[in-house]
Write a protein that binds this ligand. Structure first.
Ligand code: GLA
Ligand code: ZN
Length: 694
């Protein structure tokens, strides 16, 4: 179902279940929310024990009263299914619902997210409660969306999960001989004689069979998604028709979100960057990439479900956001295609683990507190930007970042253990495109390449079935494809490719990768331009004559039809190719051999982008630390320009040839004093945002 809320959503997690004995506070909350332009709250996320205080005894009246009151005041509700934490009675009566750790110990009651996704009892109890909630609330005009559970994650190794895993493996491979073949279990004599012997990976037992590990990762992901599906089905079977989402997490490895996305009507996620811990421009890039991962899951508008209005309490240091930071972070989400800015939490709790976590409303409870005032500012600015609701982000460029590849690559034992820097390498590729002001999609190997002009695939150790073929067609049809070192090494079972790598793409790349040299921390090599580089028009024009540093991994290659554009500058492989290009069909394939410094990617990708004829939002270079992101709507394009530097940056808005429709920045006017302004005179103040329409 296509989800359209008809407005940009603003609000966040609200826990009246912790405040039922404070009617005045509940009343005052509504006044404060309205004043802050809040138009939606997420309710009931951890309210199971208030909704079902005893087994089979439901109490929904308090919830209905609150939903009604919010609705009468123009505030909609995202209603949660409360499976993220269970009541005491449930765990006491049915201990099977509690999770077992990888060292085979069962947890006791406590925490949240401490449950088995396989347990039939847990699934049934959740199903019953969800059905009741749907019957009572789905038709309520104030309820606009279901928030399924909360931040699904982690894994369980209980006997029920072990059996479910064995069944999953048997369904996949049919015979135990096939399992042994696909997992290469004759290594260290670990062959299975029957399915009953299969156990999840454990530090107490099996940890050397990579095929087992990989299938366990797939199982845990699919079992969690199946649990989520069970929750959604309960709502639907009870007649629920409202759309569903679940809140995803930053760079979360355990669930393949591409698979999970198929169950959801709209994607949402929670972001908690450590702003001001190091340069904000780098934090903004990193956070921006996560936004783009989320948007690309469905290639559709998505939601920012949680972010922190002040400081979190669970990071090692609870640093305050500088004036203007909240607005910049919030508008970054909107720029990247979000339809919402939502917070954890509306009101700070009185006790418990999160009593010091930032909130719109402080314990103090009044409307003259700094964070509250900044939240009011964000709320009114979202109203000013309401015309771009429903517009979408389109990209000519995609970077591949694949969950299954990550599982395999990071567990593989070699060529560097632990510090392979997969995410960092993907980021270097992503940043290099973003620095030119281009929108970037971050796709996985199952997604289509057809709508892109350039696709970069860094460290694609595993080629999943069908991917190489897709790349071949993409390049034949005129696409520009970039592959890096340590790619096409294994198949979907983490079995190595025989006969040369990158598997199935040696002709497309015009080379064969031979050996890979891993460097100790602190060791470097250099990449220097080859002769062909100065002869290549685009590279010569780009003035790529200098040397660049590389570290960690250096792939050695034998070229067939590819031309070296850069060669190594040091070591016994000095003079051998380090960046190559190959013409194939109507397209081109580049191969980056080493973990090069960011500047290399920046310069090379600027040239490759120009060569591919990709239009940039404007021709002047994007200043360092400034993010440019465009949303396209029915009557124009909205270009967000945001300064994530803690210093002002000159920026000539004229160069964009658009109409300035929005500007916002905070001016520090004196010690402890600041004002907000919506003036813009060609200087982007720290954390300032402008939006141009054209
Ligand atoms: C997560 C959870 C919330 C809350 C916040 C605190 O995102 O979903 O319930 O605990 O963290 O930052
Ligand atoms: Zn379990």
């Amino acid at each position: 179902m296509r989800v359209d809320f008809g407005k940009l959503l603003y609000g966040g997690d609200y826990n009246p279940d912790q405040w039922l004995e404070y009617p005045d506070i509940l009343k005052e909350d509504i006044r404060l929310m309205k004043k802050a332009h809040i138009n939606v709250v997420s309710l009931g996320i951890f309210a199971w024990s208030k909704l079902e205080p005893e087994e089979g005894v439901y109490d929904f009246d308090w919830m209905e009263e609150i939903i009604d009151r919010l609705y009468q005041n123009g505030i909609s509700v995202i209603l949660a299914t409360p499976s993220g934490a269970r009541p005491h009675w449930l765990a006491d009566k049915y201990p099977e619902v509690l999770r077992v750790t990888e060292d085979r110990r069962r947890n006791i009651f406590g925490l949240r997210h401490n449950h088995c996704y396989t347990s039939p009892v847990y699934r049934e109890k959740v199903r019953q409660l969800n059905s009741k909630l749907a019957e009572r609330f789905d038709h309520h005009p104030g309820v606009i969306l279901w928030h399924i559970s909360n931040e699904y994650g982690e894994e369980c190794h209980c006997p029920l999960c072990q059996q479910a895993f064995r069944d999953w493996v048997q369904k996949k491979y049919k015979t135990i001989d096939e399992v042994n073949r696909k997992w290469n279990t004759s290594f260290w004599s670990h062959d299975y004689q029957s399915f009953d012997q299969i156990e999840s990976p454990s530090s107490l037992g099996e940890s050397s069979i990579h095929g087992l590990y990989l299938d366990w990762r797939r199982f845990v992901s699919s079992q969690t998604i199946d649990f989520c599906r069970n929750e959604i089905r309960a709502l639907r079977d009870a007649g629920g028709t409202k759309p569903v989402t679940t809140n995803m997490m930053y760079n979360y490895p355990i669930i393949n979100y591409h698979e999970m996305a198929k169950e959801l009507d709209i994607i949402s996620w929670d972001t908690y960057p450590t702003w001001h811990k190091g340069p904000d421009r780098l934090i903004a890039m990193d956070n921006g990439m996560q936004h783009d991962i989320m948007r690309t899951l469905k290639k559709a508008p998505y939601m920012l479900m949680e972010s922190c209005p002040g400081a979190t309490n669970w990071q090692s240091v609870s640093k305050l956001k500088r004036p203007g930071m909240l607005e910049a972070a919030s508008l970054q989400a909107i720029a990247h295609g979000s339809e919402s800015v939502l917070y954890f939490q509306i009101r700070k709790g009185r006790g418990g683990f999160e009593k010091f976590h930032g909130a719109v409303i402080d314990h103090y409870g009044k409307d003259d507190e700094r964070t509250y005032l900044e939240c009011c500012e964000v709320g009114s600015d979202l109203e000013r930007l309401s015309e771009l609701q429903g517009s979408v982000v389109k990209s000519d460029v995609a970077v591949v970042y694949d969950w299954e590849n990550r599982w395999a690559l990071e567990n593989a034992a070699g060529p560097r253990n632990k510090n392979l820097y997969y995410k960092e390498t993907v980021e270097k590729n992503y940043y290099a495109f973003r620095k030119q002001g281009l929108n970037v999609d971050v796709i996985d190997m199952t997604q289509s390449l057809d709508e892109y002009r350039i696709v970069a695939a860094p460290m694609l150790y595993m080629f999943r079935a069908g991917f190489a073929e897709k790349v071949r067609r993409f390049v034949e049809n005129g696409g520009t494809f970039i592959l890096t070192y340590w790619s096409g090494v294994v198949d979907e079972n983490d079995l190595t490719v025989l006969g040369g790598t990158p598997g199935e793409l040696m002709d497309v790349m015009g080379l064969r990768s031979t050996e890979i040299d891993a460097l100790y921390d602190g060791e470097t090599n250099r990449l220097i331009p080859a002769e062909a580089c100065s002869r290549s028009d685009v590279f010569a024009d780009a003035g790529l004559q200098g040397a660049y540093a590389c570290e960690h991994l250096c792939q050695l290659v034998n070229v067939s039809t590819a031309r070296p554009l850069f060669v190594y500058g040091e070591d016994f492989y000095k003079g051998t190719p380090a960046l190559t290009v190959n013409d194939f069909g109507r397209g081109r394939a580049y191969y980056v051999c080493a973990d090069a410094e960011q500047k290399f990617y920046d310069d090379i990708y600027a040239a490759i982008t120009r060569e591919a004829g990709i239009e940039r939002p404007f021709e002047t270079a994007v200043p360092d630390g400034v993010e440019v992101t465009a949303r396209s709507g029915a009557d124009g394009e909205y270009i967000f320009i945001q300064n994530f530097n803690s210093r002002p940056v000159a920026f000539d808005a004229e160069s964009v040839k658009g109409e300035l429709i929005f500007a916002h920045s905070a001016d520090i006017t004196g010690p402890g004093e600041y004002t907000f302004t919506d003036k813009f005179e060609n200087v982007l103040a720290p954390y300032a945002t402008i939006v141009l329409k054209r």
